[in-house]
Design a protein around this ligand. Structure first.
Ligand SMILES: Nc1nc2c(c(=O)[nH]1)N[C@H]1C(S)=C(S)[C@@H](COP(=O)(O)OP(=O)(O)OC[C@H]3O[C@@H](n4cnc5c(N)ncnc54)[C@H](O)[C@@H]3O)O[C@H]1N2
Ligand code: MOO
Length: 404
């Protein structure tokens, strides 16, 4: 299969018909970060009745002209006001959060009156209607308060609690199986018995990205470069996951079996294999029914960048959402020498604001292979150069994909 351009690979990805996974009811306190699958509509007005907004006396506003009013009752918050009634010349002591008693239209605060012989003496009158929260001040019956598709944060959870929404309907988390391949790869905590072994970072970088973007990781650890072992692990992964992401084994080496397994053993439809990008040129995207298989290169930096470029859009669409790359126009402070002539390049840079504008530079970023994961630390962005662009001079404006 010939390598295709980055643009063409994105078009092929966009053209996939990806159905959103199902929905589920989740207990409200556990919905932080989840995607709402229903409109949240107010079933009644809030407040339901006029309510005191301060501690004071419920009165008839125009009675303040009388100068003093008789205190006939006390009305704390939570009190049933049935049977309470302010009639001309009277006041009912009423506290913040209490319903206003019948007859009253105004709450005069404690600070505005003197009390003597069971009466209030008006020191400082207030406008009629003062400190009474009207019916529907928070929201009105029938209002759509939170729209379907919203990612839930503290405010949405607070509003739903106020509506007694015990378990809102949210989008299920698509399952992302993560499988590293490589006979040299050691999982976290695994003992090393040979200096040629390396610690897998890919499993955990991709697990974190999955969680950060609404997916449920299925951590499958690693398998050796063995065709049968890779086949078994991938078959397992396909049984339980919506997306199967592998790393390693997609290039041209004798032990790069992943690409063959996907095509020949699993019988997947290959959407594309090989894109003119740096890093990540060997990426393969395939489909088996409604499952997606994305085989990423083994190098840590390459697999991270290609997960962002190719897995995130699928993961979002499985949640019924669109993934939008956040690109920022920034001034390049250092020159950049393009690595390739015909590829779209993504180079880790520092992205920050200086003198009121976005700038990017390469301070502390190491030159070398696509293995260098530490280049993703800090306030990182990806300088994005199209295939037909060339070296960039210091001071030029460039587009940067913001990652933080
Ligand atoms: N003759 C050629 N050699 C290579 C080519 C090529 O076109 N011709 N492409 C190079 C490029 S570009 C890349 S990228 C890599 C991709 O190779 P694979 O996807 O087959 O990956 P591996 O060879 O299995 O591993 C590459 C590299 O990454 C390390 N690795 C593997 N797994 C992990 C992990 N879980 N965590 C961290 N690092 C991992 C592995 O040890 C290798 O160093 O191929 C080039 N070669
Ligand atoms: O395919 Mo690569 O370009 O080192 O990631």
């Amino acid at each position: 299969m010939a390598f295709i351009s980055y643009k063409e690979s994105m078009e092929k990805l966009d053209n996939l018909i990806i159905e959103a996974v199902g929905v589920e009811k989740v207990y409200l306190p556990d919905t932080l970060g989840r995607v709402l699958a229903e409109d949240i509509i107010a079933k009644e007005n809030s407040p339901l009745y006029p309510t005191a907004a301060m501690d004071g006396y419920a009165i008839i506003g125009k009675d303040q002209e009388l100068g003093e009013l008789e205190i006939i009752e006390v009305n704390p918050a939570g009190n049933d006001t049935e049977g309470l009634c302010v009639v001309p010349g009277t006041a009912i002591k009423t506290f913040t959060g209490a319903l206003m008693p019948k007859g009253a239209d105004t709450l005069i605060p404690i600070e505005n009156v003197d009390v003597s012989d069971g009466k209030i003496i008006i020191k400082e009158p207030v406008a009629t209607g003062f400190s009474v929260r009207p019916v529907g001040e928070n929201f009105k019956e029938g209002e759509v308060l939170i729209k379907k598709g919203t990612t839930l944060s503290f405010a949405e959870i607070g509003v739903m609690a106020s509506l007694n929404v015990v378990a809102p309907l949210v989008v299920q988390k698509p399952k992302v199986a993560i499988l590293a391949t490589g006979s040299e790869v050691l999982e976290l905590g695994e003992c090393s018995n040979n200096p040629a072994q390396i610690r897998s970072s890919n499993n955990y970088t991709l697990e974190a990205l999955t969680k950060q973007h609404g997916g449920e990781p299925v951590q499958m650890g690693s398998v050796t470069d063995d065709r049968a072992a890779i086949t078994t692990a991938m078959k397992d992964a396909l049984r339980s996951a919506d997306i199967v992401v592998t790393t390693g084994g997609v290039s041209v080496g004798d032990y790069d079996f992943v690409k063959d397994v996907i095509r020949d053993e699993l019988g997947c439809d290959v959407i594309f294999k090989g894109v003119l990008i740096k890093p990540g040129q060997h990426i393969m995207v395939a489909q088996k029914g409604n499952r997606y298989i994305v085989a990423l290169p083994g190098f840590a930096y390459s697999s991270t960048v290609t997960f962002i470029l190719y897995v995130l859009p699928i993961l979002y669409r499985l949640q019924g959402r669109e993934f939008k790359f956040e690109t920022i126009s920034a001034r390049l402070l250092d020159g950049y020498k393009k690595r390739t002539k015909n590829k779209t390049e993504f180079a880790a840079c520092n992205l920050y604001i200086k003198d009121g504008e976005y700038v990017c530079d390469f301070e502390g970023k190491r030159d070398g292979s696509s293995a260098i994961m530490t280049n993703m630390l800090g306030n990182v962005g990806l300088l994005w150069l199209e295939a037909d662009e060339n070296n960039k001079e210091a001071g030029e404006r460039v587009q940067v994909l913001a990652l933080r």
